[in-house]
Write a protein that binds this ligand. Structure first.
Ligand SMILES: *[C@@H]1O[C@H](CO)[C@@H](O)[C@H](O)[C@H]1NC(C)=O
Ligand SMILES: *[C@@H]1O[C@H](CO)[C@@H](O)[C@H](O)[C@H]1NC(C)=O
Ligand SMILES: *[C@@H]1O[C@H](CO)[C@@H](O)[C@H](O)[C@H]1NC(C)=O
Ligand SMILES: *[C@@H]1O[C@H](CO)[C@@H](O)[C@H](O)[C@H]1NC(C)=O
Ligand SMILES: *[C@@H]1O[C@H](CO)[C@@H](O)[C@H](O)[C@H]1NC(C)=O
Ligand SMILES: *[C@@H]1O[C@H](CO)[C@@H](O)[C@H](O)[C@H]1NC(C)=O
Ligand SMILES: *[C@@H]1O[C@H](CO)[C@@H](O)[C@H](O)[C@H]1NC(C)=O
Length: 781
């Protein structure tokens, strides 16, 4: 039996140091005599009566702390619906004692998670596109319940109007909780059908009172931060007409599933950009399972290195396992640590993990030089045109010779800059430094900034409302030549226009976290990609950038609720599909090409064609996902297969799943998990893997395998024709992959597609030949 007592392990110490050094916030319990919140995890619940379970939790805690009264005082949460366990304030010694009690699987300290917003992209946005077929066929997700774990909601936003909505689905068992400036009887409606908040785990970590003065935060579902209102309205906001952000991106705004309902679980608190404790997250999962939500949307990540799937410090992996076991699809962000490899988070195979892409939209601004030459930059300002005025290049103007016009080292003399536009060059992009360049210019009395940068760097200097235009090195150099050609260089800057069109291709966003999966390299992550750059949606009017209750945010946080909304549409059409079936439908139908057939790129340095580690199956394609033809289904047995292949032990697995489990010996292969993707991290000679597909299309259909080959490998599929006679019929096949070259480094990518001529069921294929192993093991000298 596993009863690990974790706080003093080296991993934890390392984590703590790493995060202190980075100034990030993953606080875990300190090792001292102070009481800290711990999560006591007991696995699958043993009774159906929640009261009995809670009583048992109090009894168990009382045996350690001495009395039932004290136990009630120290108890933070009792988890009793989705799984069994509790959170309580404990000293290290008490935690140790509890860990040794029979039935206790694990005692872990509460930990904090962060919201996944990239604030540097707070500019310019879009209106929603014309409704797609699946939107209508699914009646816009009518009646599907999306649970959102985030910073709460601003209920007065028009995005949450329930006009025209049918009554609350009768299966709903959740509640709406009044609190600070939140009145359950007026603020919940047929759109926001539930709203609660969970703060105890956070407060225990935070260690001081939360500042609730000046609308900093509310002890209620009300959203002071704005992130939760943004994600909720992106997933399921009602139609709102004629919305724009300061005139840009004008149009109608709506969520992915405008008739789905929202269940709000506020677990993230408005401190340092948004902090969420695992104890609170687990409680929200527990309640959401009880409340009968259909989809859960979490734009929350933790940090690298990741916790294992059976470690409750993560909160998300454990909570989502129980939710998925009950048919709830759990959608999570991949995190914003890109473009480096192995930065993807929320990697458990039962989670649908979402990467972020840009969209086919730009906001060009015209730069006119004194010689009447016109150039185009990407811009960000919405004010009036800046008529011809002086243009200053700091080095050329004899200002601070050390800065030499580098944006990161800008140092300006107000006498020379006042009333003028400054141009600076950046080579190593640092978001903080560039942002300060804009404020340095502003402070010196400048009226505008032109930033010359590598266009693949995603960071924008133009987050504040200051005229700021980005140009690439080619345009920047032309401007510099002009400056050097004249005594008094002049420039005119025109405000941005919204430009939407085919010539602009979607790309995987610079910040979007990338695979391979660092916990289980054979499990492809991320799974899918959705727009996550410059997303216009409702927010809390308290957010500093809010404009009439709307704002543009970027991040995998923004991509996640796009997918949650799409899952709601698919679920409305196919209420009987499992979370794995829905996930398979999304992955196998995703787009790898833009509308013109041109492939999708991934931002980074250098920019390159996107591969499955950047975007999983590709960019989500809702209409095809509603009718995928075949699905790769999975259930708890498949997740147990995964847990066994991960070599977690029988005790840990049995407790997590609630079923006595004996992993087979030898362990099952990670490669045989019935995923809609094939990833082979170390291929030696040859391997044969199995998959099975279920026919969800026409009862009689014939599918043929089409292989897009990878460099250096041979692939065969057996059988390569699948004949289905009935709907829901399942057929297995085998794929044999062998190396044809001995010295190959890195991953190569291809695909396996089953097609009946109408459906294209494509699985991404990623294979790396294990060069070193085969080299040393086969006597090549
Ligand atoms: C199972 O694994 C845990 C670590 O997750 C360990 O603490 C425990 O001792 C193991 N149990 C057995 C029976 O091996
Ligand atoms: C909540 O709203 C209802 C209906 O408007 C009202 O009767 C009640 O007094 C309100 N409660 C609070 C605490 O403001
Ligand atoms: C709490 O927030 C208010 C409003 O922003 C601020 O004026 C006040 O100083 C804060 N109090 C503390 C203790 O930080
Ligand atoms: C939206 O704006 C358009 C054009 O400005 C106008 O014709 C229309 O009446 C507006 N619609 C609403 C609902 O305000
Ligand atoms: C630029 O264009 C304006 C208007 O067409 C004209 O008056 C001006 O002389 C031109 N300047 C130069 C340097 O060509
Ligand atoms: C700024 O420039 C003016 C005019 O050239 C000069 O007199 C002044 O000393 C400069 N200030 C600084 C701080 O360099
Ligand atoms: C499907 O039908 C074909 C032709 O009638 C038959 O040969 C085949 O065995 C059937 N397959 C299954 C799995 O029932």
């Amino acid at each position: 039996m596993s009863k690990s007592k974790v706080p003093s392990t080296p991993v934890l110490v390392m984590l703590y140091l790493v995060f202190v050094l980075n100034g990030l916030i993953l606080v875990t319990a300190k090792v001292d005599d102070k009481s800290n919140v711990h999560i006591i995890y007991l696995g699958e619940r043993q009774h159906d009566d929640p009261k009995l379970i809670t009583d048992a939790h109090h009894d168990m805690l009382a045996t350690v702390v001495g009395s039932k009264e004290l136990a009630s005082e120290l108890m933070v949460y009792s988890y009793k619906h989705g799984f069994s366990g509790f959170a309580a304030k404990l000293t290290e010694a008490q935690a140790q004692q509890l860990a040794e009690l029979p039935g206790v699987i694990r005692v872990v300290p509460n930990s904090l998670h962060r919201l996944q917003t990239t604030r540097s992209w707070d500019y310019l946005g879009l209106s929603s596109h014309s409704p797609s077929n699946v939107l209508h066929n699914s009646n816009m997700g009518n009646g599907v319940i999306i649970g959102v774990l985030d910073t709460g909601i601003w209920p007065e936003s028009k995005a949450f109007s329930d006009e025209g909505l049918e009554p609350i689905p009768s299966r709903w068992k959740g509640l709406c909780q009044s609190g600070d400036q939140f009145n359950a009887s007026t603020h919940c409606n047929r759109k926001i059908i539930g709203a609660r908040w969970f703060v105890n785990g956070f407060l225990a970590e935070y260690g001081k009172p939360l500042n609730t003065s000046g609308d900093q935060e509310f002890f209620s579902p009300r959203d002071a931060n704005g992130h939760g209102t943004h994600t909720s309205s992106t997933a399921a906001g009602s139609f709102v007409h004629n919305v724009s952000y300061k005139g840009l991106g004008f149009g109608n705004v709506r969520g992915g599933a405008p008739r789905a309902r929202l269940a709000i679980y506020k677990v993230c608190w408005n401190v340092l950009g948004g902090q969420c404790a695992s104890a609170d997250i687990l409680k929200a999962f527990d309640e959401a399972i009880h409340d009968r939500v259909d989809v859960l949307s979490l734009s929350i990540g933790s940090a690298i290195p990741l916790f294992s799937d059976v470690d409750e410090r993560d909160g998300i992996a454990t909570g989502s396992f129980h939710a998925v076991a009950r048919g709830i699809t759990v959608v999570c962000g991949a995190a914003n640590e890109g473009p480096s490899a192995q930065t993807v988070q929320n990697t458990a195979p039962w989670i649908l993990t979402v990467a972020a892409s840009t969209m086919d939209r730009a906001f060009p601004s015209t730069i006119t030089l004194g010689n009447n030459r016109t150039l185009v930059g990407q811009a960000v300002f919405t004010g009036k045109e800046i008529g011809f005025t002086g243009l200053v290049y700091p080095e050329a103007a004899g200002l601070d010779p050390n800065s030499a016009g580098v944006c990161q080292a800008l140092s300006l003399n107000a006498t020379k800059v006042a009333g003028k536009v400054v141009i600076c060059f950046t080579s190593v992009t640092s978001r903080v430094a560039i942002r300060s360049a804009a404020s340095i210019v502003q402070e010196a009395g400048g009226v505008g900034l032109i930033v010359v940068k590598n266009p693949t760097d995603a960071f924008s200097p133009c987050t504040e409302n200051f005229p700021c235009v980005e140009v690439d090195y080619e345009v920047g150099t032309q401007i510099l030549f002009y400056i050097r050609s004249t005594k008094s260089p002049l420039v005119k800057l025109s405000p941005s226009r919204t430009f939407v069109g085919k010539p602009l291709l979607a790309k995987v966003a610079f910040f979007s976290s990338r695979g391979p999966n660092s916990i289980a390299p054979a499990i492809l992550k991320p799974d899918i990609t959705a727009p996550g750059v410059n997303i216009l949606a409702a927010t809390s009017p308290l957010h500093r950038l809010a404009h009439n209750g709307y704002v543009l945010f970027s991040g995998t946080s923004m991509a996640t609720p796009h997918v949650s909304g799409i899952v709601a549409l698919v679920k409305a059409l196919h209420p009987d599909w499992s979370p794995a079936a829905i996930k398979s439908a999304l992955i196998t139908t995703a787009r790898r090409n833009g509308p013109s057939g041109f492939p999708i790129f991934a931002e980074g340095s250098p920019q390159k064609l996107a591969n499955p580690f950047d975007f999983g199956g590709g960019i989500v394609n809702p209409n095809d996902a509603a009718d995928p033809g075949l699905i790769y289904d999975m259930n708890t047995a498949d997740y147990i297969h995964y847990l066994c292949a991960m070599e977690y032990n029988n005790t840990d697995i049995s407790r997590l799943t609630g079923q006595p489990t004996m992993c087979p010996d030898p362990k099952p292969s990670m490669l045989d998990i019935n995923l809609p993707s094939i990833t082979i991290p170390s291929l030696r000679n040859s391997v044969t893997i199995t998959r099975s597909v279920t026919n969800v299309g026409n009862s009689k259909s014939v599918y043929r395998a089409v292989i897009e080959h990878l460099f250096g490998t041979m692939i065969s599929v057996q059988p390569n024709v699948l004949v289905f006679n009935a709907t829901n019929q399942k057929i297995s096949f085998r794929v044999t992959i062998s190396t044809t070259h001995e010295l190959i480094a890195g991953y190569y990518f291809g695909s396996l597609t089953w097609t009946d001529g109408v459906h294209y069921v494509r699985s991404p294929l990623s294979v790396r030949t294990d060069v070193l192993q085969s080299y040393y093991m086969t006597d090549h000298y």
